[in-house]
Write a new protein. Structure first.
Length: 284
């Protein structure tokens, strides 16, 4: 077997094992459940409010956007934080010492984060289908849309997280640098209110990034066509969704491996010791 393929196969197995371990960890399970409870409870308070121009509740229209947000947070923030944390504690350096260990390590992290992101979506979605009127998968077409949008969304965002995790050596810095742009995108991407209420220039900016299109695709999978009244162009724009998410995925899959290889080559015992010393000084 090709050595790289062997490393990737080992990475898939490692990623699956790490994900299963999160399901048996009380701390990880509490994190899953806490996030889902927070989102569901907040939206429960909005069930009585309807989106202007429709009869659909604010909670129902916002829930698909919340699912999109969970995927983006997982793909970008979680992967970036994992990479910087494990660079600091020497996990990546140990993996590098093994034949094709870097490939296996990176594939494993991608698999773990992807499965964790999907698990977060499922935990939020299942109770929401029973709690929010009008929220339902739109048949077979809606189910297929949900799958391809989620897969493309992860392919578009995971490389971004990998690049950020490669550029920064401190977990705290990577989170801070990532969080503020993500929060700005959440506010401006129509997650909690229709994009059409924003100025046209803000709408154009939001449409450059994956979060808006991921949210739009999710809404098309769950909401009735009556919700189109508050969408840009009154259309689900599936072709544009696939195009933008696909473009981000292609660019990311070209750029991320280059950045990751450079990062892996720079890893050494001396650089790891220096980062660990800085981390101890921050704690002290």
């Amino acid at each position: 077997m090709n050595p790289t393929l062997f490393g990737a196969r080992a990475g898939f197995a490692r990623g699956w094992t790490e994900f299963r371990q999160t399901l048996t960890s009380p701390q990880d399970l509490a994190s899953y459940l806490l996030n889902s409870v927070i989102f569901v409870v907040v939206l429960l308070f909005l069930r009585g409010d309807t989106v202007e121009g429709t009869s659909i509740s604010v909670a129902t229209t916002a829930m698909p956007g919340v699912l999109a947000m969970l995927l983006v947070f997982g793909g970008v923030l979680s992967l970036a934080q994992l990479l910087t944390t494990e660079r600091e504690d020497g996990t990546l350096l140990r993996a590098k010492a093994m034949p094709n260990g870097t490939v296996g390590y990176l594939v494993g992290k991608i698999v773990t984060v992807s499965l964790m992101s999907v698990a977060s979506v499922v935990i939020v979605l299942v109770p929401s289908l029973f709690l929010f009127d009008g929220l339902a998968v739109n048949g077979v077409t809606g189910a297929l849309t949900l799958v391809w949008v989620a897969v493309l969304g992860l392919l578009a965002t995971l490389p971004v997280g990998a690049v950020i995790g490669s550029l920064f050596t401190s977990p705290r810095t990577s989170v801070m640098v990532t969080m503020f742009p993500l929060m700005a995108m959440i506010v401006g991407s129509g997650i909690f209110f229709p994009m059409t209420v924003l100025p046209e220039w803000a709408q154009w900016i939001a449409q450059v990034f994956p979060l808006y299109w991921l949210g739009l695709g999710m809404r098309s999978a769950f909401l009735p066509d009556a919700a189109l009244a508050v969408e840009i162009g009154e259309s689900w724009r599936h072709l544009e969704t696939a195009g933008v998410l696909g473009a981000w995925a292609v660019v990311g899959l070209v750029v991320a491996p280059i950045v990751l290889r450079r990062m892996a080559r720079r890893e050494s015992g001396a650089s790891m010791a220096e980062r660990r010393q800085k981390a101890m000084q921050r704690v002290g």
